[in-house]
Design a protein around this ligand. Structure first.
Ligand SMILES: [Mg+2]
Length: 299
């Protein structure tokens, strides 16, 4: 495992947050030489060239720019075709999202049938070619706990609740005063009902079942299920830190791994770029990197 403190410092400081200005990597075992983008491409090729290999990526903020209304999220142009190409070249391409599996699938469009879609932060698995998500066993109890938690959330101007069945995301990006809305929400949820935990995301608060896993346990399960020896992991948010930590552990067990933070402006948490091997400045840049790597996988 590499130390987090040595990473991520190619990002321009801007107040307490960072703005990505170029792809950057500071893996002690892979000192950067030459152009940062080319260097990130080399690391990605090494990870995805270790067959059987898989790409595991977040959706919002990673394959699509963050927008005010999550229902209006749009993939970077060309993503469905690119993911389909990668799904044919690699053992698995997995999209791991906080959205419900069905919601994520509808956004992924043409590529969706060939992808592993893991929704609800790991609670639901929609395997390639299947229409029915594999859901947790204890669905009734999980649903009752979530409804009890949502009952404690006061109605707030500009705050939208995305009820995903077993988990929920409360978005306060659209509130007149987002910081005040955040404070009210966290106070109302200071003592969530038994079985529910509260976590923060980018201008959002997540309600999830305790002990039902996270994106980190999802990635460990993906690597085991597909017996992967190579792994590229990408994400933009604090919930993706669980994936990066899990990838670090897998690296220690011999899986060739690259973790990529995808920046998208001032609100990207510094902890995310600090924890990743490399940072790319935007979803568009991440897609460019994938496109460059895909071309060499085909060759
Ligand atoms: Mg995201």
């Amino acid at each position: 495992m590499t130390s987090a403190g040595s990473r991520g410092t190619g990002i321009r400081e801007s107040g307490t947050e960072r703005v990505g200005i170029y792809p950057f990597t500071q893996r002690p075992d892979e000192p950067m030489t030459g152009d940062p983008f080319e260097h990130a491409v080399r690391l990605a090729r090494a990870a995805l060239g270790a067959a059987p290999a898989g790409l595991v990526t977040d959706l919002d903020g990673t394959l699509s720019p963050i927008v005010d209304d999550p229902a209006a999220a749009q993939l970077v142009p060309g993503v469905p075709e690119l993911l389909r190409e990668l799904a044919r070249a690699l053992t698995v391409v997995a999209v791991v999202s906080g959205r419900s599996a069905r919601d994520a699938r509808s956004i992924l469009g043409a590529a969706a049938g060939e992808l592993l879609i893991v929704g609800n932060h790991g609670l639901e698995w929609l395997v390639p070619g299947s229409d029915a998500p594999e859901a947790p066993a204890d669905t009734q109890r999980l649903r009752a706990s979530l409804l009890a938690a949502l009952a404690a959330v006061p109605p707030l101007d500009g705050v939208a609740i995305d009820d995903k069945g077993f988990s929920a995301t409360i978005h306060y990006r659209g509130a007149p005063n987002p910081a005040a809305a955040r404070g009210v929400l966290l106070a109302a949820l200071a003592e969530p009902p038994p079985g529910i935990e509260v976590r923060e995301g980018r201008r959002s608060v997540e309600l999830r079942p305790v002990g039902s896993g996270d994106k980190g346990s999802a990635i460990a399960a993906i690597v085991e299920r597909y017996a992967l020896r190579g792994l590229l992991v990408a994400g933009d948010d604090v919930t993706d830190l669980d994936m990066f930590r899990a990838a670090d552990i897998l690296r220690g067990r011999g899986v060739a791994t690259l973790t990529l933070a995808v920046a998208g402006g001032r609100e990207v948490p510094r902890s995310v770029s600090d924890a990743a091997d490399a940072t790319v400045p935007s979803p568009e840049s991440f897609v460019n990197l994938l496109r460059t790597v895909a071309a060499s996988l085909d060759a």
